[in-house]
Design a protein around this ligand. Structure first.
Ligand code: PBG
Length: 328
C-alpha cells in the first residue's frame, strides 16, 4: 500500500461552519468589550463627532441612555471622557467635583454602577488650556512630578464620584505608584488602576483630538512612546505592574500587536488593548465608500486584537458588536 497523499489534511478543521465554530481559538464576548464615551459640557443636545461617524458628544442626559444600552448589551464596562467648557493651565476642571467628567461619572455610577465597570480617563489633556497631559514647567516642558500631584487629586475626585477603575493615560513616570498611594491613603484600596503602560505617540489619535477639542500645539513625544520601540513597550508594562497596576494596556491596538503579544506573554495581570479613534475612523471611511465589508472587517479587527493577547478591548463599536454577537 502506498501512503495516501497528502497524509496531513488541515482543511478537515475548516470543512463546515459547525466544525469551524468548534475549532475557533479566539472568541469575542461582550463582557470583554469596553465602550469609550465622550461627555461634552454645555451642549443641550448630543452632537455627532465628524471624524468619528456614529460616535456622539453626549450630554449628561444622553449619557444615561448610552450607559444603559451598554449595560443591556452585556458590555464589561464604559470608559468616560469629559470635555469641559473652560480650561486652564492646571486643568482645574479635572479635580472639581462639579467638573464635567466627575458629574458624568456620578450619572453613570448611579445608572449602571452595579451592572458593568464604570471607568474614567485619568489625564489632564482635556482640561488644560495648553492641551498637554500634565502641567508645564516655566520652560514649557511637561513637569512630571508636579503632574503626579495633580493626578493624585484627580484620582481622589474620580473615586469619590463613583469611578471603579481609573485609566491612567498620561504617560508620566511613577503615575501608577503615585495614584495607588493616594487612593490607599484615603481608604480607597477598592479602586482598580489601569496603566496605559505602552501608549505610543500615535497619529491614530487624530480623530480623538477632534472629539475632545484638543488645544494641543506640538506633540506628546516627550512622554508617549516612540512607535519604533518594541522593547520599551515591554519595559513600561513591567514598570506599571511593579507600581501596582491591576491591568495594563497597549495603545493603539492594530499597529502594535507585536507589543501586545509580548506583554500578554509575560504579564501576571490582565492585558487590555485600546482600538483607538483613527482605527475606528479608517474602517468607517472605507466601509462608507463600499471598499470593505463593514461588519466582517470590524469583527476581524477585534478578533485579531484578542488573538494577539488582549483579555479585553476598548472599542467605539462595543455596543454594536455586542448586539451582533448576541444575534448569533
Ligand atoms: C489622553 C488620551 C488620548 C486617547 C485616550 N486618552 C489621546 C492622546 O493621548 O492624545 C486617545 C484615544 C483615541 O484615539 O481613541 N487623555
Amino acid at each position: 500500500m502506498t501512503a495516501q497523499f497528502p497524509a496531513v489534511r488541515p482543511r478537515r478543521l475548516r470543512r463546515s461552519e459547525p466544525v469551524r465554530r468548534l475549532m475557533a481559538e479566539t472568541r469575542l464576548d461582550p463582557a470583554q468589550l469596553v465602550l469609550p464615551l465622550f461627555v461634552r459640557e454645555g451642549f443641550a443636545e448630543p452632537r455627532p463627532i465628524v471624524s468619528m461617524p456614529g460616535v456622539l458628544h453626549h450630554t449628561l442626559d444622553s449619557l444615561r441612555g448610552a450607559v444603559t444600552e451598554a449595560a443591556s448589551a452585556g458590555l464589561g464596562g464604559v470608559m468616560l471622557f469629559g470635555i469641559p467648557e473652560q480650561r486652564d493651565a492646571l486643568g482645574s476642571g479635572a479635580t472639581d467635583p462639579d467638573g464635567i467628567l466627575n458629574r458624568a461619572t456620578r450619572v453613570a455610577a448611579e445608572e449602571v454602577g452595579g451592572d458593568l465597570v464604570v471607568q474614567t480617563d485619568l489625564c489632564l489633556d482635556e482640561f488644560t488650556d495648553h492641551g498637554h497631559c500634565g502641567v508645564l514647567a516655566p520652560d514649557g516642558s511637561v513637569d512630571n512630578d508636579a503632574t503626579l500631584e495633580r493626578y493624585r487629586d484627580m484620582a481622589l475626585a474620580q473615586a469619590e464620584a463613583g469611578s471603579q477603575l481609573l485609566g491612567l493615560s498620561g504617560m508620566m513616570d511613577g503615575q501608577v505608584a503615585a495614584v495607588r498611594e493616594a487612593l490607599d491613603g484615603a481608604g480607597r484600596s477598592d479602586v482598580l488602576l489601569l496603566g496605559y503602560a505602552a501608549k505610543y505617540a500615535s497619529a491614530f489619535f487624530g480623530p480623538f483630538r477632534d472629539a475632545v477639542e484638543s488645544a494641543l500645539q506640538g506633540d506628546r513625544r516627550t512622554y508617549q512612546l516612540d512607535p519604533a520601540n518594541r522593547r520599551e513597550g515591554r519595559r513600561e508594562a513591567v514598570l506599571d505592574i511593579e507600581e501596582g497596576a491591576d491591568v495594563v494596556m497597549v495603545k493603539p491596538a492594530m499597529s502594535y500587536l507585536d507589543v501586545l503579544a509580548d506583554v500578554a506573554a509575560t504579564s501576571p495581570v490582565p492585558v487590555w488593548a485600546y482600538q483607538v479613534s483613527g482605527e475606528y475612523a479608517m474602517v468607517e471611511a472605507a466601509a462608507a465608500n463600499g471598499w470593505i465589508e463593514r461588519e466582517r472587517t470590524i469583527l476581524e479587527t477585534l478578533t485579531g486584537i484578542r488573538r494577539a493577547g488582549a483579555d479585553a478591548v476598548l472599542t467605539y463599536w462595543a455596543t454594536e458588536v455586542a448586539g451582533w454577537l448576541r444575534g448569533r
